[in-house]
Design a protein around this ligand. Structure first.
Ligand SMILES: [Zn+2]
Length: 614
């Protein structure tokens, strides 16, 4: 029961503090952050490989003491848990304040209005990033940039579960790959780029900007926009329907405001979802293939005033990704897949990932038929149609939880001989596309893109401008991206029960490849019993031998990071069948237990039976 008093939030008595933790990438793991969170409650607002931003709510009552002591305690715990780490308070806001934080490409700093406060600048794998605080996100939307993002609200640190990849018959997949049509893909991109009015033949919208929707109200006296974005949504929905998929259109509201003017517009945006139901034992589990269909040309002069009529072709960003979804759906629609596959075309991506955030909110609050646990994984395609330099590479950006998907993609690439340089990037700080809201709620998601850095100039010149047109679409990269999408979807979702099941553990376990030999061991003939094992990180190793009564008859341990507890292969354990006292142990069946404990404290245990004969 809730007391009336509990509902009065002491907003004026509390502040939120934004704190930056900097540590070595190897130390700043999900596990170490989760451990820290158990001691000091915080919201994880952002994490990159070497930086985490956490938000703590603290009462004002003994303000100075409290924050100082919390930070020093945090510092102490960090050093215990993470090794050398630094802690700094970046910002303080009243708990009732509404301003939020955004990350921007550093090149934009000179263009910021004085309504935007620069909080910090740091380096990450994408380049230099500015952290800013702003009351009105629309202040930032006018900036001509690709890389900008709202900080996640609270990134989930729920533990990894083991995933398995079931391989489909190679011939079946290779046959599908023969049918991949790069021409179809190009035609789909062209149709989305032109975006001809479905009702008035010959009328071309040449834009899919997310505010150009039927249900739009302008409060600022500006003219009502046309329906360019909705027209494209209708066309995408029709295409999926023609392929025989179950299509749903889900709409959500977006309000726009401006400093000094308040609310200037209300818009109804739409996500399109098309589902291919699975037919195997995992049909309740679903793989998502996602891509945003909205476009923007904010780099073009006058965009802010004329977005209602200005072209935003968005051929590469991101008609290319939606076309991959449509072409993949065409090729796999007749397969009896084990898992279900859902294709989602999101809107509002260019305006801070609104469509994917809305979808993840639905999942999180269980307002959709699907729970987070039912989503096996997400492949998000964004900017995947343009190759500048003839080096056919695709970047696969993943976090810890989605590493297994990235590895599965690499495996698929090799298995089907795709001449593609797949660049796997562990980069949990890359939050600039629709995979990011899935990361926040603990769902494994990867981004597939031609580019994933600020400092690469090949993409940045044309994206979000009118130069992102059909001339940017290059067939060789498109063909490989398509083949990768088709093969990966089939391999992940699995084909029917005719498939030879070859389960492969994709999650990196701490302790693996444990081999006890010979077994049974005859100590009259063999010199000793040996144990080999691999560690994916340094650990303390405890080896215990129990008899069938549960009594420990022998034990051995190895130190963290030393011989027997080092990362990689360890083959030091040899046992001659005698207890510590030197006495021979009787013949019989014994249980050998290996416990590995890394610095983060979470142990893994493996039990093995061994038959001993003298
Ligand atoms: Zn995009």
């Amino acid at each position: 029961m809730v007391q009336a008093n509990d509902q009065i939030a002491p907003v004026d008595l509390a502040s939120t503090y934004l704190v930056k933790i900097a540590a070595k990438p190897a130390d700043l793991t999900d596990q170490s952050l989760a451990t820290l969170q158990q001691y000091t409650p915080f919201k994880l607002r952002y994490r990159a490989s070497a930086i985490a931003l956490i938000e703590m709510l603290l009462s004002h009552q003994h303000e100075t003491n409290t924050i100082t002591s919390v930070v020093s305690q945090l510092q102490l715990r960090l050093q215990q848990k993470l090794g050398p780490a630094s802690v700094a308070i970046l910002d303080q806001q009243s708990a009732s304040a509404t301003a939020d934080y955004y990350l921007l490409d550093i090149d934009l700093l000179p263009k910021l209005s004085d309504q935007v406060v620069i909080i910090d600048i740091f380096d990450d794998a994408v380049g230099q990033v500015a952290l800013v605080r702003a009351d009105q996100p629309d202040e930032l939307l006018r900036l001509p940039v690709h890389f900008r993002a709202k900080l996640p609200a609270d990134i989930s640190l729920k533990p990894l579960s083991e995933k398995r990849l079931t391989l489909a018959p190679q011939a079946e997949v290779d046959n599908l790959l023969q049918q991949v049509s790069v021409k179809q893909w190009r035609d789909l991109i062209q149709t989305m780029t032109i975006n001809e009015d479905l009702l008035t033949a010959g009328r071309r919208f040449l834009s899919r900007y997310a505010l150009r929707v039927r249900q739009a109200v302008q409060h600022d006296g500006q003219p009502q926009p046309d329906i360019a974005c909705d027209n494209s949504a209708d066309w995408i929905a029709q295409k999926f329907q023609q392929l025989g998929l179950e299509v749903e259109i889900d709409s959500f509201q977006h309000a726009r405001s401006q400093i000094g003017k308040g609310k200037i517009g209300d818009y109804t945006m739409r996500n399109i979802m098309a589902t291919l139901p699975g037919r195997g034992p995992h049909k309740d589990q679903v793989y998502l293939l996602t891509a945003h269909y909205d476009s923007i040309a904010s780099k073009t002069e006058g965009w802010e005033q004329q977005w209602q009529t200005m072209p935003a072709p968005g051929s590469s960003d991101n008609a290319s990704g939606v076309a991959i979804l449509l072409e993949t759906a065409r090729l796999i629609r007749h397969l009896d897949l084990d898992y279900s596959v859902r294709f989602i075309a999101f809107s509002g991506e260019e305006l801070f990932l609104y469509g994917s955030r809305y979808y993840c909110d639905l999942i999180q609050s269980q307002r959709t038929g699907l729970s987070a646990d039912q989503i096996a994984g997400v492949l998000n395609f964004d900017l995947i149609g343009h190759d500048q330099d003839g080096l056919l590479d695709i970047h696969v950006v993943h976090d810890e939880r989605s590493k297994w998907i990235a590895q599965a993609l690499r495996r698929v690439t090799k298995m089907h001989g795709l001449p593609l340089d797949l660049r796997l990037q562990y980069n949990p700080g890359f939050i600039y596309s629709d995979h990011s809201p899935f990361w926040e709620i603990g769902i494994p998601a990867v981004l597939l893109s031609e580019e994933s850095a600020f400092n690469s100039r090949e993409s940045i010149k044309y994206i979000h401008s009118q130069a992102d047109n059909m001339e940017k679409i290059t067939d060789p990269l498109g063909e490989l991206a398509l083949k990768l999408a088709v093969a990966a979807t089939v391999e992940l979702a699995g084909v029917g029960d005719s498939a030879p099941m070859l389960p492969i553990t994709m999650t990196e376990k701490l302790l693996w490849n444990v081999i006890l030999f010979p077994n049974p061991v005859n100590l009259a003939q063999d010199q000793s019993l040996s144990l080999d094992y691999f560690l994916s990180q340094p650990a303390w190793i405890q080896i215990d031998l129990y008899n069938t009564n549960g009594q420990k008859v022998y034990e051995q341990n190895y130190r963290l990071g030393k011989i027997g507890g080092k990362k990689g292969r360890n083959g030091v354990f040899r046992w001659n069948g005698r207890a510590d006292t030197g006495d021979r142990i009787a013949s019989g069946v014994y249980l050998l237990r290996v416990t590995a404990t890394p610095a983060s404290g979470e142990s893994e245990t493996i039990n093995l039976q061994v038959a001993l004969v003298h």
